[in-house]
Design a protein around this ligand. Structure first.
Ligand SMILES: CC1=C(CCC(=O)O)c2cc3nc(cc4[nH]c(cc5[nH]c(cc1n2)c(C)c5CCC(=O)O)c(CCC(=O)O)c4C)C(CCC(=O)O)=C3C
Ligand SMILES: [Fe+2]
Length: 342
């Protein structure tokens, strides 16, 4: 298979106050998210002038990938398209078609499997191709990278740096708290060929980062940024509830490491740097939030390696033992039940 382009696939985010509600409507269309939750999340964006940092983070990553490709003789042009906000994927695919692209390799800014983090990107690709119509380029998504050394090492360094900001005299009562986006329990149960793979991969990443960064300290994997109506079960515990439980057990300090994410977007700078930090301060816990990979050169190199391993059928660099899973089987990671879908 010959590939003639690279495509960065991401979530998208608003870039001004007028974008916030239309963006949120795009994200939640047909997903049964209550209006109150939308209003609350709109407020989070308004704290930052209605601008999510995620699009700029994608521009920065794209620039770093282009420079790295050029330096290493990877001759693929690099494009970028989003699920929920401009540049929308269908517009990018139309541009690619006009530029003569026929078959691209896609890198999604999510390391894990499951519907929201993986299969939905395949659906986005199919829908965007249908919209573009004749001669729409084919897009093959690159593999999940939760255990790639280029993802694990930057997270591990970040945990070490965050730990260094806490009181070393209290290290014995310090704890590492890994977080990822909560998802509905039903989505978690059907993630991957035998279910539960989103949680299993996160558990593996947490264990790898922990072993590399702070093997002497206890750790937990918890969830953040829950959405959806309260009667629908999502993965628990929530990070804020967990901090409360830790404080009650005598933990004095926490490093919070958002291994579920690749950059410091709104879930990180609001849900962790504001909400979880406030919770920790209210409990008298020392708090340090570890950074995400962003444009760490090792992460950028990883993206090139994922491309090269596909093109040349090279061995896959990985630290974990869960099976590699390139594409969903017909019956895994199903689309959640849509409510009010148009
Ligand atoms: C697994 C997962 C990831 C990680 C994998 C990946 O990165 O893809 C992720 C990332 C992100 N989620 C983001 C934003 C939002 N997610 C929402 C809602 C939801 N997320 C879900 C899951 C995930 N989400 C789910 C199951 C829903 C319910 C609705 C649905 O089934 O789709 C909502 C609606 C409002 C609300 O929060 O209720 C918003 C605004 C942003 C952008 C941040 C920015 O702007 O900087 C990013 C990177
Ligand atoms: Fe989300």
């Amino acid at each position: 298979m010959a590939y003639d382009a690279f495509l960065l696939l991401s979530f998208g985010g608003p870039e001004g106050p007028d974008d916030v509600l239309p963006f949120l409507r795009n994200v939640t269309r047909g997903r049964g998210i209550p209006e109150e939750r939308l209003a609350e999340v709109a407020e989070h964006y308004r704290h930052f002038g209605g601008v999510s940092p995620i699009n700029q983070q994608c521009r920065d990553l794209l620039a770093a990938v282009r420079a790295d490709f050029a330096a290493h003789g990877v001759g693929l042009p690099a494009y970028w398209g989003n699920r929920n906000w401009t540049p929308m994927l269908a517009d990018t695919l139309a541009q690619m078609r006009d530029d003569g692209v026929t078959s691209a390799l896609g890198f999604a800014t999510s390391a894990y499997g499951g519907y929201s983090s993986c299969r939905q990107y395949w659906e986005d690709i199919a829908q965007a191709r249908a919209k573009v119509g004749a001669r729409a380029p084919a897009v093959t998504k690159l593999r999940q990278f939760h255990d790639h050394p280029g993802f694990v090492a930057p997270h591990a360094d970040a945990v070490r740096s965050a730990l260094a900001t806490l009181d070393p005299g209290r290290r014995a009562s310090t704890r590492i708290v890994f977080t990822a986006h909560s998802i509905p329990a039903s989505m978690a149960a059907t993630a991957g060929p035998d279910g539960g793979r989103y949680e299993a991969q996160l558990h593996e990443t947490a264990a790898l980062v922990h072993a590399a960064a702070a093997a002497d300290l206890p750790w937990d994997l918890v969830w953040q940024s829950r959405s959806g109506p309260p009667q629908v079960p999502w993965l628990e515990p929530d990070v804020n509830d967990h901090l409360t439980a830790l404080a009650a057990k005598g933990v004095t300090d926490v490093v919070v490491s958002p291994i579920g994410f690749v950059s410091d977007h709104l879930e990180v700078i609001w849900d962790l740097d504001n909400e979880a930090r406030d919770t920790a301060e209210g409990l008298g816990l020392g708090y340090a939030r570890a950074a995400t990979p962003g444009t760490d050169p090792r992460f950028v190199t990883m993206i090139r390696e994922l491309v090269e391993e596909r093109i040349a059928a090279l061995p896959r660099r990985r630290l974990g033992t869960l099976p590699v899973w390139d594409q969903c089987a017909a019956d895994c990671c199903p689309t959640p039940q849509r409510r009010g879908a148009k």
